[in-house]
Design a protein around this ligand. Sequence first.
Ligand SMILES: Cc1ncc(COP(=O)(O)O)c(C=O)c1O
Length: 424
Amino acid sequence: MHIDSARRDQLQEWEKELSAQYQRICQHELNLDITRGKPSADQLHLSDKLDGILNGDYRAADGTDTRNYGGIDGLACARNLGADILQVPSEEVMAGGNSSLTMMYHAVLTGYLFGFAGNTPWREMQAPKFLCPVPGYDRHFSICEQLGIGMVNVPMTEHGPDMDVAEALVRDDQEIIGIWCVPKFSNPTGVTYSKETVDRLACLAQIANPGFRIFWDNAYAIHDLEHQVNLPSIRSATLENDTADSVLQFASTSKVTHAGAGVAFVSASAANLASLKKQMQAMTIGPDKVNQLRHSRFFAEFTMLKAHMQKHAQILKPKFECVLNQLNQAFGDSDLGEWEEPRGGYFVSFSTRPGCAAAVVKLAADAGVKLTPAGATFPYGKDPEDRNIRIAPSFPPLEELDTAMSVFVLCVKLASVRKQLESL
Ligand SMILES: Cc1ncc(COP(=O)(O)O)c(C=O)c1O
C-alpha cells in the first residue's frame, strides 16, 4: 500500500475492505495485551533455582553474615556481579535493593535536594530541566514530572540521541542538569549508542552546568538476542575527557532473574557515590544482602550469567521474529510506517504516519488488543507528531502475540487510510 500516491477512489475502496475485516475481528472478542515489557513465565522459570540456593548457608565468601543489618555498599560479591554487568571496577559499584528505577529516583532526588559532589542543588535553580531522548522510557519521564523538573525533547537517531541538538541545548541553557539515556537496546527504539555519540555525551559536562549528570540506565546491558552488540564504555570516555563525575550508571537483574525481585546496581565516581550514600544513610541501614547472596551464588561466574542470558534470548528471539515478520510483510513495501529491527532488549518501536498513533491504539483496544498508550514514550505523554507506538513482544505466548500483531497491522492500515481520506 502506498497511501501518498493513492487516488481517492482507491483509498475509499481500501477503507471499505479494511473496515469489513476489522468488523470481523471485533466479533472474536479478543483479550490480548502487548503493553508492558515484562518477562514471560517461561523466562521467569529460568531462575526458579534461586529459591533455596542458600540452603542454610548465609555467609558470604568474605565472612559477612547476610542475615544481619549493615553494609550500605552491598555485598562484595554482589558488587562484583554489578561490575561485570556494567563493565566497571567493583569499587565504583554499589549493590542495592530490588529496583534500579528506585535507585534512579533516589539519585535524581539527591541532585535535586542536596546536589552532587558539592554542586548547587537543582531545586535552587529557577527552571532545572532534563534532556529526554524521544521516544524514551515513560518511567524516567514520570520521575522528572513528579519532582517538577522540566523536560526537553531530543530526537533519537539510529546512533543514539541527536547530539547536535543536545549540545546546542546544553550550551544555551545552564539549567539543563541531566539527560536520560538507555544506551543499549534503548527503550523503546532498540538502538545502541555509537562510539561517536558516547564520546560526545562524555564531553557534554565541559559545556554544561557543573551539576549536570548523565543518567546512564543500562537496563539491557546483557540482553542481546543473538550476537553480542558492544556498547562503547561511557566510563572510559569520561575518564579520557576528565568528566568522570558527570555520569551515573544503573543496571539490575530484573530482566535476568525474577522481575522486581532481583538486585539493582549503581556505578559512579567516588564523589558521586559519596553524595548518594550520604542521602541513603538517612534512609536505610542497608540493602537485602540475603537476596544479593542468592544472586551471587546463582551467578558464581560471569560465564554463568552469559549462559543464562542465552536461554532468555532463545525464548525471546521467536517473539521478536514474529513481530518483525508481521511488520515486514505488511509494511515492507508501503509508506505506512517505520520501525527499527532491534538486536536485543525488550521492545520494537513503530512509527505510524503523522497523526495516526492514537487512532491505531484506540482501534486495537476496541478490537480487544491492548497497546501502550500513544504518547507514553514522550515526556508528559505528548507525542508532538502522534506517531510512536511501543510494541512489547516478551510477555504473551507466541500464538497470542501473532494474533495481536495481525490486529495491530490491520489497525495501522485502517487508521492510515482514514486519516488520508480526511485530509483530501
Ligand atoms: C529502561 C529501563 N530502565 C529500568 C527499568 C526498570 O528496572 P528495575 O526493575 O530494575 O527497576 C526498565 C523496565 O522496564 C526499563 O525498561
